[in-house]
Design a protein around this ligand. Structure first.
Ligand code: HEM
Length: 122
């Protein structure tokens, strides 16, 4: 149930992040800021749905508990990397480090989310 909310929330975040970057590159700083504000609200949905999914692992004795916790931490890292990247872009500073972190963190969440943990796309 909350898997759908989680997928919707993080897909939306990746789209909103890309739109915020594009708007800023097109010189539309105000539009970019508004999109980033919506993105920040979407973080709450990600945290809520991810927290709900991770709660399934607490209390039980799942052998995947450690990976579920790692998934949560790396998910938060994705959010942090998006914020860092946008902060650099807004100051017109090089954002390469932010992008690299974002790519690594997203790849790790995808591996843990789709391959290692059972929820997948159900
Ligand atoms: C933008 C950040 C995030 C991305 C890109 C992301 C991505 C994913 C993906 C691809 C999956 C597997 C499919 C799905 O159920 O959606 C997943 C599942 C999951 N995520 Fe996230 N996630 C993010 C943030 C978080 C956060 C912040 C938490 C914890 C607080 C979290 C906890 C979980 C848990 C527990 C699962 C379920 C694993 C399972 O039981 O199968 N995620 N996430």
């Amino acid at each position: 149930m909350n898997t759908h909310l989680h997928i919707t929330a993080w897909v939306l975040a990746l789209i909103l992040f890309a739109v915020a970057v594009m708007l800023h590159k097109q010189g539309n700083a105000k539009g970019s800021k508004i999109v980033q504000m919506i993105l920040r609200l979407d973080y709450l949905l990600i945290l809520y749905s991810g927290g709900d999914l991770i709660a399934n692992y607490f209390g039980g004795d799942s052998p995947l508990m450690g990976e579920a916790i790692a998934k949560g931490i790396i998910g938060i890292w994705v959010i942090a990397a998006m914020e860092m990247t946008l902060a650099k872009i807004k100051k017109d500073k090089p954002a390469k480090g932010g992008y690299i972190q974002l790519i690594i963190a997203v790849i790790l969440t995808f591996i843990l989310g789709f391959v290692r943990l059972p929820g997948g796309l159900m």
